[in-house]
Ligand binder design. Sequence first.
Ligand code: NAD
Length: 296
Amino acid sequence: MTAIGVIGLGKMGRGMALSLKRAGYRVLGFDVMEPVCAALTAEGIETVATIGAIMEVAEIVILSLPTAEIVETVVAGDSGILAHARAGAVIVDTSTSHPDTTRRLAGLVAAKAMSFVDAPVSGGPKGAITGTMTMVIGGADEDVARVMPILEHMSAKRVHVGPAGAGHVTKIINNLLCAAHLLTAAEAMRIAREAGVDAERLLEGLNAGSGRSGVTQVNFPSWVLNGAFNSGFTMKLMRKDVRLAERFTGELGLSLPLAAAAARIWAESAAMIADDEDFNRIVELQLGPTGRSEPS
Ligand code: NAD
């Protein structure tokens, strides 16, 4: 039986570990937070106290970690994966991370006869636990082919977009677009409110036309207009992703006025909307407390 390690057992990693266990794999989990490990143990996942203990048995290691810096520590730090390198093992980083970190780590890992695949995800905690996430994948063809049977148990859609790092480039662009679309869709709703058009009817019209986006098709109906705001993705994470996009595009030397305006609004939102709130709450900057846009 293939043994799979999952490092980072938070909202996403927990669901991935449980999906893989359900698919029949031996799953070993590791997280720096002891209560997080204890909760997963109670759900039937074998948790271990060190990354070394994962590397003793796991051929595939899934990462689901908060930031690129933490991914770097977990892979290349003193007691990290490379300190316990296992020839032939493949690291699959599902975190939303920096492409340069990914490329650098892919090089370090290759020097120890291991491989690195970036497979950042969308679909939220629900997608993780139901194995229905979407993945944009970066990596060498042979490495991606090797982990594909495992990725198929974690996701409903997978797009291999290029070599190591390409998945993270794509994910950063995707989340930048989603962050910007939330702002523009909220402004659209505001226009409709002032012009006396009902929010639900507006959405129906937009979604039949070329102005639609994932935000008008999914976010507004699922989490905004019904007041649910329970997507599982927080303001903190989206602000992190927007900062990551700003940093990455700056490093590329690009001047992107719309992206810069979106980044400023998301950064300033920290003074108004708490880190642990649902990321769709950003629409309230334009639409007020419930996000609903009733005709006036
Ligand atoms: P989370 O904060 O719930 O979980 C992260 C886990 O990593 C925590 O349990 C934390 O204790 C653990 N951790 C931190 N440092 C560690 C270390 N050095 N070693 C081992 N474990 C460590 O975050 P999440 O919502 O599960 O997100 C994980 C990643 O997935 C992020 O990069 C995020 O941007 C991305 N993502 C999240 C969502 C979502 O809806 N939550 C959707 C798509 C992508």
